[in-house]
Design a protein around this ligand. Structure first.
Ligand code: CP
Length: 314
C-alpha cells in the first residue's frame, strides 16, 4: 500500500498539527533524514514556489532530485506518451513523485498507477493540497489558532485550486466562517459549499470587498487564472477586487493578508508597506512552504509520523 497526497480532505487535525510541529523542528537546520532517496518533480505547468521549495526541501533533508521543469515540452509527452506510462517509468527511478498537471484529477490518475508516493502539486482547477497545508501552517504561526476565524477569500474562486483546497482544510476546524468575494462568473463551486454545509462551517458570498475587510482575520487573495478562461471572461473580472494602500486601512491590525502567489494586479500596495506592514504575510507564507514540504516528504518517505486508520493517505 502506497501513501499518496492528492487532496486536502485526506488530512485530519492531528496529522496537520504533527506536520506543523515537525516543520517547526526542521526549519532549524539541514538534515540527512532522506539520504539515498530520490524525488522526481514532474511539472506540466509553470511553477516557481512549489517546484523549487519541494526540490530545496528534498536537498535539505539529504535526498536528491530529478526533474523535468516543463514536462509538456521537454518530456516524451511531446512524442505522445501518456501520463500513466510516464508515471510508471518515473516511479521506477524515484522514491516519490511531485506532479503538477493541467488536467483536473491528473494527480489521482498518477497515484493510481504509481508504485511510489505521489504528491499533487496542483491539478488543473482541482486542488493544490500542499498549498493549503502551508496556508494553514502560516495562519497558525501568525495568529496561533485555526478555530473561530473569519476568512475572506477574494478573486477567481472558480478556477483557483488553492482556494478550493484551503476551504476543504478550514472545514475541519471549529467556528470558522468563510466569506467568498468574487466576480459573478468566478464563484466558488457548489461542491465546496456543500462540503462546508456538511461540516457545519458557515460561509457566505459578498460582492463588496471593502464591506467585509474590517471583519476579516485573514484576507486570502487569489490571482485571476487567465490561462483557464476566455479573454472576455478575464477582462470582465480583472481589476474588480484589489487591495490598495487605501483599503488596507480597513483591515484589522491583527489580521493577515495571504496570497498563494504569484500576485499580479489584485495587490497594489507600495513596496515599503509590503516590506514593513506585519499584516502582509504572503512572503513569510511562501517561505513556510519549504518547511511544511520538508515535513511532508519526511512523513511520506520515512513514515515518521504514525498515522491512524482515519488519517491514512490514499
Ligand atoms: N503558489 C504556487 O503554487 O506558486 P507556483 O505556481 O509558483 O508554484
Amino acid at each position: 500500500m502506497v501513501d499518496h497526497f492528492v487532496e486536502s480532505q485526506q488530512l485530519d487535525k492531528s496529522l496537520i498539527f504533527s506536520l506543523f510541529q515537525r516543520a517547526d523542528h526542521l526549519r532549524k537546520g539541514t538534515h540527512d533524514l532522506l539520504k539515498g532517496k530520490v524525488l522526481a518533480t514532474l511539472f506540466y505547468e509553470p511553477s516557481t514556489r512549489t517546484r523549487l521549495s519541494f526540490e530545496s526541501a528534498m536537498l535539505k533533508l539529504g535526498g536528491q532530485v530529478i526533474t523535468t521543469e516543463n514536462a509538456k515540452e521537454f518530456s516524451s509527452t511531446v512524442k505522445g506518451e501518456s501520463m500513466e506510462d510516464t508515471i510508471r517509468v518515473v516511479s521506477s527511478y524515484a522514491d516519490c513523485i511531485v506532479i503538477r498537471h493541467f488536467e483536473d484529477g491528473a494527480a489521482k490518475r498518477a497515484a493510481a498507477i504509481s508504485s511510489v508516493p505521489v504528491i499533487n502539486a496542483g491539478d488543473g482547477r482541482g486542488q493544490h493540497p500542499t498549498q493549503a497545508l502551508l496556508d494553514v501552517y502560516t495562519i497558525y504561526r501568525e495568529l496561533h489558532r485555526l478555530d473561530n476565524l473569519k476568512i475572506v477569500m477574494v478573486g477567481d474562486l472558480a478556477h483557483g485550486r488553492t482556494a478550493r483546497s484551503l476551504s476543504y482544510l478550514l472545514g475541519k476546524f471549529q467556528g470558522c466562517e468563510l466569506i467568498f468575494v468574487s466576480p459573478e462568473h468566478m464563484k466558488i463551486g457548489n461542491d465546496i459549499k456543500e462540503y462546508l454545509d456538511r461540516h457545519q462551517t458557515q460561509w457566505r458570498e459578498e460582492t463588496e470587498l471593502n464591506k467585509v475587510l474590517p471583519e476579516a482575520d485573514i484576507v486570502y487573495l487569489t490571482r485571476i487564472q487567465r490561462e483557464r478562461m476566455s479573454q472576455e471572461d478575464y477582462e470582465n473580472g480583472k481589476g474588480k477586487y484589489v487591495i490598495t494602500h487605501e483599503n488596507l486601512k480597513l483591515v484589522k491590525p491583527a489580521a493577515r493578508i495571504l496570497h498563494p502567489l504569484p500576485h499580479v494586479e489584485e495587490i497594489n500596495i507600495p513596496l515599503e508597506i509590503e516590506q514593513t506592514d506585519p499584516r502582509v504575510a504572503y512572503f513569510r507564507q511562501a517561505e513556510n512552504g519549504l518547511y511544511i514540504r520538508m515535513a511532508l516528504l519526511e512523513m511520506l518517505l520515512n513514515k515518521r509520523i504514525k498515522k491512524t486508520q482515519k488519517t491514512k493517505l490514499i
